[in-house]
Design a protein around this ligand. Structure first.
Ligand code: 5AD
Ligand code: SF4
Length: 461
């Protein structure tokens, strides 16, 4: 058994939930590496197991509790193993985690990540139990560029927290108040990423298009995009997630005008019914959402839209749900993330009776999923026969004989190399490069293409 006192104790981090969590795990990996930790490929080889968790729906928390339960044996066999719960669920559940899971050593909330190395050091060798969920803790944006998992894409946090208090959402309670990062810090980080070979940055914020609130000067997401666009080496800039209430013409114009900013907008509608939107406290109407989409499609003709929808919100009638179906049908989203409503204790909506039956929620979920599949199949088919720009990410996950990457509109493209070409080494040679791919086939999720021989020769010689 390895002890934390030997050189290079090994950490395993498992991440649940959204992109912000992925980034937090990455930042933690950076700060732990700096403090002398190595990383285990599998839980069974780790001296420290950290679960970075999500609270947005009940199911996400259940998953973590069941994972913690299944780690009990490993902890019994190796009492020196440190087991920690990080992030949103740590903040939300606090010492309930200790009560339910006596083998957990650390509960570390969303604002205490920067303290991780010290907290682990304090527990090391003592089997102490520490709970660190201070709401005033300092949120650190620091990153070690070299710790990124993929050289070519990076998440960059531009703001954290959320002040919106949508009635169903736990995020403002677990992530705290909205807080924008200074422009110069973001520019510096993006420049460092570019120097390190990064080609694509995704700017992250729970409410990314209200970026700039609380900062001095006239800073908005639109002005930030204009400052980042000229940075040499960065070919693509994305930003997620946008709130319809805070979307402006200036932001959409920036998407249309700036060559680096991708024609992709993730802007959750949540519902197509004005009655439900009001109960959700979303502060816009379905007509306003449609106007924004129309503006986006007219100012940025190639734009693709992604949206989130919640079905079965308290009081949602068949008619309200039909309004949502109609909205999805009209907007024709490329990506739709569809969720069954899950009451979260402490939120305003948790006070409403959860009156849509589970069977009805399931049925509505299926209807929207099917509609989404139909729309994305049809939309992708329109691209067959066209040539698209792809940022190559590497060997395709579903087919080792192909390479894959993404279009500017975030579609996955899998493509074959010219016949007879040597697969070995080609993946690493082409990863991180922009290539034009002729699309020959499609499904709802993937575009399939060929790399022309000419393009292939250009890339490899
Ligand atoms: N129940 C179901 N879905 C939810 N979301 C947020 N809170 C809840 C909840 N209580 C969804 C919203 C949000 C996405 C990240 O998760 O659609 O945009
Ligand atoms: Fe939650 Fe609404 Fe904030 Fe999004 S904008 S994180 S749904 S409260």
């Amino acid at each position: 058994m390895k002890s934390m006192n030997t050189n290079q104790p090994k950490v395993f981090i498992k991440t649940y939930g959204c992109q912000m969590n992925k980034l937090d795990s990455e930042l933690s990996i950076g700060s732990l590496a700096k403090s002398g930790y190595a990383f285990a490929e599998e839980e069974k080889d780790a001296d420290v197991i950290l679960l970075n968790t999500c609270s947005v729906r009940d199911k996400a928390e259940h998953k973590v509790y069941s994972q913690l339960g299944s780690l009990r044996d490993q902890k019994e066999k190796n009492p020196e193993l440190i087991l920690g719960v990080l992030g949103c669920m740590a903040q939300n559940e606090g010492d309930r985690i200790f009560k339910r899971m006596p083998h957990v050593n650390l509960v570390c909330g969303t604002r205490m990540f920067s303290k991780l190395p010290e907290l682990l050091e304090e527990i090391n060798g003592t089997n102490k139990r520490i709970i660190a969920v201070d709401e005033d803790g300092e949120v650190s944006f620091d990153r070690l560029v070299t710790q990124r998992q993929n050289r070519y894409n990076a998440f960059v946090s531009v703001m954290r927290g959320c002040d919106n208090y949508c009635s169903y959402c736990i995020v403002p309670y677990v992530r705290g108040r909205e807080f924008s990062r200074p422009v110069t810090d973001i520019i510096d980080e993006v420049k460092r990423l570019a120097d390190d070979g990064c080609k694509e940055v995704t700017l992250l914020g729970q409410n990314v298009n209200s970026y700039g609130k609380g900062l001095n000067g006239e800073v908005t997401l639109a002005t930030l995009l204009r400052k980042l666009d000229p940075i040499e080496g960065i070919e693509r800039i994305r930003f997620v997630t946008s709130h319809p209430r805070d979307m402006t013409k200036e932001i959409i114009e920036a998407v249309g005008e700036l060559p680096g900013v991708c024609e992709y907008l993730h802007m959750p509608a949540q519902s197509g019914s004005d009655k439900i939107l009001e109960r959700m406290r979303r502060q816009y109407t379905s007509a306003h959402y449609r106007e924004l989409i129309e503006m986006a499609k007219s100012l940025v003709p190639d734009i693709k839209i992604a949206s989130d929808f919640i079905v079965g919100f308290p009081g949602e009638t068949e008619g309200d749900f039909e309004d949502t179906v109609k909205l999805l049908n009209d907007v024709r989203c490329q990506n739709s993330f569809i969720f069954k409503y899950s009451p979260r204790t402490g939120t305003a909506a948790a006070e409403f009776p959860d009156d849509v039956q589970e069977e009805t929620k399931k049925g509505r979920n299926h209807i929207l999923l099917d509609l989404h599949k139909k729309i994305s199949t049809e939309e992708n088919r329109k691209i067959v026969g066209k040539s698209v720009e792809v940022l190559v990410e590497g060997t395709s996950k579903s087919d080792a004989g192909r390479l894959s990457g993404r279009t500017r509109q975030n579609q996955i493209v899998a493509f074959d190399l010219p016949e007879g070409s040597n697969q070995a080494g080609i993946s690493s040679l082409m990863s991180g490069k922009l290539v034009n791919i002729d699309i020959v086939d499609s499904t709802d999720l993937t575009l399939f293409g060929d790399l022309s021989e000419i393009a292939f020769d250009k890339m490899t010689h």
